[in-house]
Ligand binder design. Sequence first.
Ligand SMILES: Cc1ncc(COP(=O)(O)O)c(C=O)c1O
Length: 377
Amino acid sequence: MTLVINAKSAKLKAEGHDVVDFGAGEPHFPSPLHVKDAGIAAIEADFTKYTQVGGIPELRKAIVERHAKDFGSRYAVDEACFSTGGKQALFNAIQVIVDHGDEVIIPKPYWVSFKDIVQYAGGKCVFVETDESRNFAVSAEMIERAITPRTRAILLNSPNNPSGAVISPFDAQEIARLAHNRGIYMLADECYVYLNFTGVPYSLGSFHEGKEHIIVLGSLSKSYSMTGWRCGYSLAPKPITAAIQKLQSQSTSNPNAIAQKAAIAALNGPQDCVSEFKAEYLMLRDVVLKKIAEIPGLECTRPEGAFYVYPNVSKFLGKGGIKTAMDLSRKLLEEKYVITVPGEAFGTDQHIRISYAVKRADLERGLDRIREFLTAL
Ligand SMILES: Cc1ncc(COP(=O)(O)O)c(C=O)c1O
């Protein structure tokens, strides 16, 4: 689905059209200077050979120390595994945990890859519907209703891609407790954990009760604007981490050595970039919400994290030959040169996702075009 949109937008760009891209799920900032310098220094020092599969000890130490400092967690170095992006960390964890016929509970809307990765492991996704009435929040009761004897894991993503919803620490703790009591693993995709606007950032990894069942998947991609370096990690009980490393050793082996040095610089170096990026996203979130509020019929929850808004477009479906969110995204691209991602990609068919990790001027220009398009329907 997203590939169709990407192909179309590439064609329009090649034809010279001014395409505004709200589709990309990545920061618009360059990687921080000290991170880039560490990468260059690694090459110059010939740090270009194989390393330990789960990352060099200095890096694993940096991961657990950063996490402890920021969230109060208590992980040992051999409970951390560095991977080629948060996506590989997630993939590894799911392959290790989920077997054929196992069920994995996933709240909807979900990040595109969750479903495919679970299915690749032979697992079955059991979706839990969330909606705007509770700001896409998920609670322990909602999860409990979906548990069966085959439930192996619960996969949570907070702050959420695509909705920007944040699960409250109370709800997260309740869900973790429920999972632990039932012997179910809690997979916490915390790729956006530093982009939490609520003022109370937390990580499931800091919950000490039931830690045997908690697996945290982290990423440096969004917090340090390092998407292309491919830096992610897992924090999990020792036997799980050992299994993850075994799998990684037979697939990619160690993550890129140069990126490991850059990751150490990111984790141990000055953290001002993280708060600067967050402040910019917060400003952009308010811009996008204000612009959306000027479009009659377009309703949107107030995201508490990440850098996406997920407006409900149901009032426009059935107008101007547009039947689905996919049709709407396609027409926005063809007629207004604005890229959005249709909700079908995330398991809901009445929304579109707008990434506001773009320059303010682009955000305003693109939103103006969306307004012109929707008000003319
Ligand atoms: C929810 C979620 N998890 C994981 C990832 C993977 O990030 P990366 O592999 O770049 O660390 C992404 C990237 O968009 C994401 O949105």
